[in-house]
Design a protein around this ligand. Structure first.
Ligand code: AKG
Ligand code: MN
Length: 259
């Protein structure tokens, strides 16, 4: 998708389907963001003891599509994180909220921002940017994702949909700045929304293949792992849903190549 990265050549040959913890590198734990012994830390420990780590994974498979879905956070913890995201995340403003398509400027139909490791850069419309530095609530989610998947991510793109009018059109996350074959971890909070995958060969007026779409619902506190080669073959979108009145925040954790 031509959002923040220079669109690159599509990935190469399809690989094997990978489970949530397949091909995971071992990495040391990072320090938590609340001081040990504090009330905040105690509350977090209580919440973290409840439902989710260990929640079952639901494999989602189709030709060239390999995803895994789980509940990352129980209701109480997801509510708390949603509130903290609303308070702490600072979205892009001004020019960064517009897209230039076929000579016309359009407002992006949602809010966006990126956070990530110091020194990382990404390119958008020919301009190189740095992500904002990590903040505690994002470290907290990133650490949980690492705990349940074994994957460490160095970058996150955050999308905020104020209601069902906000959306994201069909695209693939196949930018050349991503580590080849790396998964993308998509964490959602707030309103449940439909999420649709469509195979590249079955799009448009004269599709060369008849492969049905794969439709999911992404819940408050959920994690969807999009594994290789999903983003090579399949496009995804979050369509408008006019009846949805509540906001939603989605975080896609990504591994960006470092030189
Ligand atoms: O909001 C979502 O669930 C998806 C966002 C997305 O696809 C993206 O930012 O690339
Ligand atoms: Mn995407």
């Amino acid at each position: 998708m031509q959002k923040f990265f220079i669109p690159g050549a599509p990935g190469s040959a399809p690989g094997e389907a990978r489970g949530p913890r397949a091909g995971v590198e071992e990495e040391e734990e990072e320090a938590g963001s609340a001081p040990p012994g504090s009330r905040k830390e105690a509350k977090r420990a209580r919440l973290e003891a409840s439902p989710s780590p260990g929640a079952p994974w639901k494999p989602i498979r189709a030709e060239g599509l390999s995803c895994d879905y789980t509940t990352l956070y129980g209701r109480a913890e997801a509510d708390e994180i949603f509130r903290e995201l609303e308070k702490e995340v600072e979205y892009f403003e001004g020019e960064l909220t517009k897209l230039h398509i076929f000579g016309k400027w359009h407002d992006i139909p949602r809010k966006q921002v990126t956070y990530g490791d110091a020194g990382l850069t990404y390119t958008y419309s020919g301009v190189t940017f740095s992500p904002k530095p990590w903040i505690p609530v994002l470290n907290r989610i990133r650490d949980r994702v690492r705990l349940v998947t074994g994957h460490t991510f160095n970058f996150v793109l955050i999308n905020r949909y104020k209601d069902g009018h906000d959306h994201i059109g069909e695209h693939r996350d196949d930018e050349s700045e991503l580590v080849p074959r790396s998964p993308i971890a998509s964490v959602s909070f707030g309103a449940r929304r439909d999420f649709i995958f469509r195979h590249g060969a079955s799009r448009g007026k004269n599709p060369s293949r008849q492969i049905g779409p794969v439709k999911l619902q992404l819940d408050h506190g959920s994690l969807l792992m999009m594994n290789f080669p999903t983003n090579h073959y399949w496009y995804h979108s979050l369509p408008s849903r006019k009846k949805v009145l509540a906001p939603r925040i989605n975080l896609t954790f990504r591994k960006i190549r470092t030189l």
